[in-house]
Design a protein around this ligand. Structure first.
Ligand code: 1CP
Length: 360
């Protein structure tokens, strides 16, 4: 045994990172998807003065937004303030965020030739603002032992915005393109994997202690057979390329509960669980040796405490105090969520899960 432990192999002390590794924690860690954003008056005040892309691209501003919910609620991890779509700009897509509408791409992909014109420049060149913001937040939160989570969109979810040009209900253009142009689909998905892997690795270099991959729409858009054929190979490539990245990787695939096993098979150290089925059911299917994150219905945060509390209890009872559970919402926090409800949620989860310290 070496006298001095290798710092790289030492167990982390941050509760969130310990849970990501399936290690016991003194209480259940909690952070919330979309924890920074429009439900916070402090965010809205900044947004009145700066547009979305300026907030994302200015390291000091993005760092400030990232820290807002940490200071307000004492969450166990900070997700860097950005969006899944800005990496598309470096590839050649003209992205804007339009108030009240959402993301808009002026030159969406409509042909195989459009795919061939997409570039794959390094994130160090195209995403310098976000990488700089991660460095600032990591420096700020390091002494407090609060980890920074980097993130990216999964290839199908990004392809859907690139092809539709914005949000969509039925994914008509995306699925038509996928079915009509399978070779171009393959080239598009491969380019997206290349760009996202490089970007996620760069976020770790910049100071991220964990990564989350958001596949928000593949499960909503596709059935199992198409998922296996048009999505799974690329998500598998993405997670395989991150296997040696040195930090835990969370696989959050929304809307896949009917074929969860296929999404889990793609990879990831932690599985993000959406709110459709009880956590107990999902964790049993995933297997209790794999850490999970979830899965409160974010709409429950809009209602009264008497309705919210049993739903929080259902999640915690579903986890049954096992190591490897990170409390979260099962999709992003909604804009109308009251800050006081978030505060009450955080303290309730801490109180209910505090484990009595036992001497070894
Ligand atoms: O007007 C505004 O202020 C912009 C609103 C906003 C915000 C606050 C958008 C536009 N994005 C974000 C931040 C964001 N988006 C974060 C930062 C972390 C945090 O706030 O805690 C993250 C992780 C995302 C990820 C994201 N963006 C996803 C994946 C997660 C999910 O919710 O499914 C998706 C699909 C997007 C696209 C997007 N960006 C913005 C909107 C309104 C949308 C969704 C549009 C749609 O429904 O298609």
């Amino acid at each position: 045994m070496p006298l001095i432990p290798d710092p790289a192999s030492a167990e982390p002390t941050a509760l969130f990172l310990r849970a990501c590794l399936g290690l016991p924690t003194e209480r259940t860690p909690i952070w919330l998807m979309r924890q920074a954003g429009r439900y916070m008056p402090a965010y809205r005040a900044l947004r009145e003065r700066h547009d979305m892309l300026t907030l994302i691209r200015t390291p000091e501003l993005a760092a400030e937004v990232t820290l807002q919910p940490i200071e307000a609620f004492g969450l166990d991890a900070a997700i860097i303030f950005s969006d899944i779509l800005p990496p598309l700009v470096g590839m050649g897509l003209e992205l804007d965020f339009i108030g009240g509408v959402g993301p808009h791409i002026a030159n969406p992909i409509r042909s195989g030739r459009d795919v061939d014109l997409l570039g794959t420049p390094p994130a160090a060149e195209t995403m310098a603002g976000t990488l700089g913001a991660i460095a600032i937040v990591a420096r700020e939160l390091g002494p407090r032992d609060v980890p920074v989570i980097g993130f990216a969109g999964a290839p199908f979810t990004l392809a859907s915005y690139a092809i539709e040009g914005g949000s969509t209900r039925d994914f008509e253009r995306t699925k038509s393109f996928m079915l009509a142009e399978p070779a171009a689909w393959q080239r598009l998905m491969t380019k997206l994997v290349t760009v996202q892997v490089d970007y996620l690795k760069a976020q770790v270099q910049a100071g991220a202690s964990a990564l989350q991959v958001f596949d928000s729409w593949a499960g909503r858009a596709l059935g199992q057979s198409d998922y296996r054929r048009y999505v799974q190979p690329y998500n598998t490539l993405l997670f395989a390329a991150l296997r040696d990245v040195g930090v835990p990787v969370i696989n959050f695939s929304l809307g896949v509960s009917s074929f969860m096993e296929d999404a889990v098979a793609c990879g990831g150290d932690v599985i993000g669980v959406d709110w459709h089925l009880p956590l107990a059911t999902m964790w049993a299917r995933i297997g209790h040796d794999t850490p999970v994150q979830g899965n409160l219905d974010p709409v429950a945060l809009l209602g009264p405490w008497r309705e919210l509390r049993p739903r929080i209890d259902e999640v915690l009872d579903g986890a049954a105090g096992r190591p490897g559970h990170i409390f979260n919402v099962g999709h992003g926090v909604l804009q109308r969520t009251p800050e006081d409800t978030v505060r009450r949620l955080v303290s309730y989860v801490a109180e209910r899960t505090a484990r009595v310290a036992t001497s070894p």
